[in-house]
Design a protein around this ligand. Sequence first.
Ligand SMILES: [Ca+2]
Length: 622
Amino acid sequence: MELKPLAFYKRKTSSALVATLTVFLTASLTSGMQPLSAAPAPGQTVSPFASQIVWPDNTYLAEYAGHLQTAGVQVARSELIWWGLCEQTTGTYNFKVGAWDCDKWLATLKARGISPYVILCYSNPLYGGTPDTPEGRAGFAKFCQALVTRYRDDVDIWEIWNEPNLEMFWGKASDAAAYSALVAAAAPVIRAADPGCVIVGGATSGIDQTFLAACLQLGMLQYVDVVSVHPYRIDRPESINSEIAVLRAAMNAQPGGSAKRIWTGEWGYNAGWSEIDETGQAKMLARMMVNNPSQGIELSVWFSVHSWADTEDWGLTNLALQPRASHQALKVVNQQLPLPVARITKPFSLSFNPSRSRYRSEVFEHGGVSHRTLALWNALDITATGAPSVTDITAGLTSETRLSAWDGLSGDETALDARWDLPNAKVLFSKFSMRDYPIYIKLDRETLPTGFRLGRAAMTSITADSQYAPGATELAFDGLVSAASKWTSANSAPPHWLACQFGKTYRLTGFALRLPSMAGEMASYNAQAVEFQTAPSMAGPWTTAAAAANPLNHDRIISILPAPLDAACARLVVTRAGIDNYARIQEFEIYASGAVPPAGIGAFEAFAQKEQLSPGTPDPAD
Ligand SMILES: [Ca+2]
């Protein structure tokens, strides 16, 4: 497809603005004695979900930076000052030229915790315009040396030129040899001035395979750490995948190439296009951000925080600087995929019934197996409309995984009918709505209260307000989570309660409930609100120690008491039962610290073995 018109329209230089700029005297250079900071590492030290700020709207920079900060953005790409503005007299570099104030710019970003990703550009008439001569390249390298030396403590990402494959930005017809020669001239100077920095090259409009292949053949990867591309398109974000594979293969074929990274240094969807609206823009942003890591793209820069011209709608904000849906979607990506974050090969089975060819699933891990996120979406064409498609999804997860589903546009938690098949270590997401934007399913390892579980053997009596089947109260304490092993109340109006007395006073640390969907039943049967009470005897008085609401029918409720409580009796009160007024509790687990309970606690040992749970390390005898 033809990419150039899109890129061309996204940025218009205001000649009137340049003409009215006032030249100020050279600011003094800072000394090189300050320590160099480490380059930001996307996914490790900074969020990989970034954005661009477009010069020269310095007037609103604080607002732009504020909107980026609230969206969780930690890297902002921008020009800092154009070469032709900075050097208007040969060898004299100005870092404050009219409204262009590099110090102020960087201080504003720093105050918001945002790392700058600075583009070094554009032509300078002192050197004949486009730097495609030895003199031009030397002049550009000296400009880079002056700027990088001055700002090496504030900037750790430097990019050589922007869209050199476009005449609009290169100043002449696309010339990979001349651009490669510029990189070879500038990069060593930048590296020497700022040894810990990241150097980015390419920065092509589109994924320009011809231009980039020529640069690679000419040795660009000797000089840069990252190749960046700007894959603008009126097409779905996932359509880049085959193109990125071509680029990756070309890079890998070069010496040391497999260690070099790929960034999308610029890429957006214009809400003013006839194909999408503001909601469509937000959907494409969310899909871009979750798809890019699957292609090995380490940093994704959305274009941009604001709209560049009155007639355009690229921004996360509108012309009144009010956040759009895309701003919220970027905020949600950053909330749902927090640092440290890495896309991983799916570590469990996942199947759709029925399946469709555009269904996508990606798993991200946050610093270890205890926190993972599954992103699910339908990679439909950008013009697609209609209701989400409904499918059953089976995932090979284990029961210690606590599930919750989050909407990729609003960020709100959304219902998930997750039914476990514990014997087969599977969970069914029943009638799941696959949307044309990501739904994030958090997969968190459950955290139980400390201490050991008080099983049936630790109890001298059990009772309940009512029961559906005789003797069923016992089944809530037998260590088994199954549809056949549960206490079920009568279906009168709640509250319903289930109480137990221990053989002695224990120091209670919390409780856990295993609810019907952990046993394969409908999530709508899960209790929606409960209280945990303690008492010195079964006659009371009962005191509420904790309350928990479960409006979205989670499969378990785990509550850790803020401080341990000494009690001889405990009671679960179901204040809001499942959909049909029956309280159903597969297991009511009560945890205590202190001395290990007397022999005969075998029910819990059996449970722990079956579920591969640790009984915890008891405290020394109290
Ligand atoms: Ca049971």
